[in-house]
Design a protein around this ligand. Sequence first.
Ligand code: F6R
Length: 611
Amino acid sequence: MCGIVGYAGRRPAAPLLLAGLQKLEYRGYDSAGIALLTPEGVRVVKTAGHDGVMAMEILAGQIDRLPAEATTGIGHTRWATHGRPTDNNAHPHLDTAGEFAVVHNGIIENYLPLRARLREAGCVFQSETDSETVVHLLAHYYRGDLAEALRRTLADISGSFALVGMCRHHPGQLVAARRNAPLIVGAGAEGDFFVASDIPAVLTETREVYVLEDGEMAVVSDGAVSFSDFAGTARAKTVMRVTWDAAAAEKGGYEHFMLKEIDEQPRALQDTLYGRVNRSGLVDLGIRAEFFAGVERVALVGCGTAYHAGLIGRELLEAWAQLPAETAIASEFRYRRPLLDEHTLVVLISQSGETADTLAALHEARKNGARVLVVTNVVGSTAAREADEVLFTWAGPEIAVASTKAYTTQLEVMVLLALYLATARGRLAAEYSAALLAELQALPAKITEILSRKEQLRRMAVPISRAGSAFFIGRGLDWAVALEGALKLKEISYIHAEAYAAGELKHGTLALVTADTPVLAVATQRALYDKTLSNVEEVKAREGRVLAVAASDNRELGDAADEVFWLPPVSDALAPLVTIVPLQLIAYYAAVLRGNHVDKPRNLAKTVTTE
Ligand code: F6R
């Protein structure tokens, strides 16, 4: 999730690139850089954020170090994946002689063997990134034709990419290619061309854009653009006129970041799983086995949504790895004097890696000699830096305050961690683990299918949006998902919502159920269908309105509930990863129907840095 801007035209490139990057900051912002073509070679400034000052701010202050007269250049704003957020790891990357420059979004999967090969050929690498291999390949294959060098480079790399390159010997030329990462070419006035990862980067300059498809290349040269496939066969493309306003364009045409992020979940789950299953079909967390040796119990700690992810992690760890596990709210954990020692693994879960309560729990764990594993979405965050080991969720920047894709990717990491420990401890049959991993790989398609049925969820949100209060019920893993569903509804719709273990409802709470109090039943756990069904009947008997999200084979619920959103087939253990999606959407539509500020709900902040 990084941002790319390139420019080739007659105007000074640096201010145009900077302005474009500033429009893309929402895509990733831990480092940023600009490179310009000059007759002597490529000139570059790039930086990570330092001492609390954002990278983009530092870059803006350094822009006057670049030649003001240069009219061709590329820029990048980065959200670290391979390699920490440092000045050297920031893009653009240059070849050894400083004649070529490249910016890249995505992941070059085979970068390790490529890097070894290029090093042998004499290339000097300056960064830890996968992206740098691309610029060295470009220089390696260059024989006077930059587009041909790119074609040969593309034949060598696997993975996902949007990339733009340029070369000292070709003033006014940019070459670009895409596979599984967005890239557009904007056609400005008088032969000005922009290449960008997102439309907002170019919108102040032009509304005429060409959208590249996977497997396409673009070459901007001498005030014209041409397109081809990777083999060089020309492609005709029609220009599209963008009619959205700039603010909407930052959201990729979505009304709210939250909806965009909900829709990004299939991709985020793929990215988080990527590289974590080895050739033998086993989980590979990239953490040395000794780190886990002698662990006797696990404490999963987080706040809000992250805590809810920990609840699922606990169930899976106990069920599969047969490790005693507890889940704790971070703000309670440190004051409770938890029993911690060197045999305890403390798993801190935090999207931002900056939540004060979670960091305090980290310090408490460290003080007591426990091992600290951090699950976070932000490379370079405080929690990631202070951890003994880190597992990143590769959800990409989450902008909406209400967490969605960070949660589902946290759940995926919980599954991987539990499977890994279960296998390491010899507690899980290899076939069972293999079947679950295969299913995990198939989940993005199932979520995509759920996302195609948004209309039903919008309809189900109508009675909820009119209620003053709602209950969410479920048993086992469904209860943990119900807690997260209720939190989503509360924070963005401002409707009072409470999640109950379904069997607990009759111990007092049923007194609150009336025809005006919708009850959302979650029912995916096969062994508990009948029990949850009885609880639904209890609600119906009090004239309550029951809306359900249920497994497709739980047909009896169809007769009992007022409306059911049926889930695609999924095993009990992995059900939370799909079940939450309709609940996120119900909360989203309820908030929209009430006219709320969905992305920035009242009283809340994305990162809570106070205890
Ligand atoms: C709810 C939400 C919060 C966060 C919590 C912890 O949608 O986002 O409950 O989960 O503030 O934040 P992180 O995960 O950044 O530590």
